[in-house]
Write a protein that binds this ligand. Structure first.
Ligand code: CA
Length: 227
């Protein structure tokens, strides 16, 4: 038995790449929108920067790949274009076994939260419909000033949950999200659902790693049922 699974009272789930198969859409739209403004952004960077705010990602892309400082107005223009392209992408599928896991946890009275940098307007409706997550259990891009990799979003989640950090766990897929969770002092499970190698997620500080959502969901349900 992995000890943390027996004592957990709340789980903080990241959203993109953990609850929805949406990272491919982010990859394609980052590469395309930045290309229109002369930046050759390698697809891998979409995953390495995952979790940052959109404006911060644009700032870094211009600095790293054009050695340029970009104005706030230009950041907004590019981010709007990225958002426009996102709306043209196929609807992101729900990750395998995650709705079943969410129901299982909620039935055992384990509190489930979502912590995401996203600012999608329909986010709350979607999380409620697909995962039965209440709106006060969602910490989104609207709630934070700094965002990942700063611990801020996970510290907000801890405070809202009312539990000690030892009673909570984070589920993440991205290096910066893992860094944020570990900086908040919380046990962090990494699910490698993207294109990065396992070592990148381990180096970011992950305590445990699974190859995908199905292996994680099946393992945690099996271990909790055995108790
Ligand atoms: Ca993510």
């Amino acid at each position: 038995m992995i000890p943390i699974y027996s004592s957990i009272k709340a789980i903080f789930f990241d959203m993109d790449g953990v609850l929805y198969d949406s990272m491919k859409n982010h990859e394609v739209t980052w590469v395309e929108s930045l290309k229109k403004y002369g930046i050759d952004f390698p697809p891998r960077e979409a995953y390495m920067n995952e979790g940052r705010t959109g404006y911060k990602t644009i700032e870094i892309a211009f600095k790293e790949y054009a050695n340029k400082v970009i104005s706030q107005k230009d950041k907004e223009t590019i981010y709007n274009e990225k958002t426009r392209l996102m709306h043209l992408q196929p609807k992101a599928a729900i990750m395998e076994e995650m709705p079943r896991l969410m129901t299982f946890l909620q039935q055992r009275n384990i509190r489930t939260f979502v912590v995401t940098g996203s600012r999608q307007p329909l986010l709350l409706d979607k999380l409620h419909n697909d995962y039965n997550i209440e709106s006060d259990h969602v910490i989104s891009g609207f709630d934070v000033k700094k965002g990942k990799p700063d611990p801020e979003p996970y510290l907000i989640a801890l405070e809202r949950s009312g539990f000690k950090k030892e009673e909570c766990m984070v589920v993440e897929n991205a290096p910066l999200g893992i860094q944020a969770a570990k900086a908040a002092g919380i046990f962090t499970v990494a699910l490698n659902t993207g294109i990065l190698d396992d070592q990148t997620l381990i180096d970011a500080g992950a305590d445990l790693l699974y190859p995908d959502t199905r292996h994680f969901a099946e393992d945690i349900m099996k271990q909790m049922t055995r108790e």
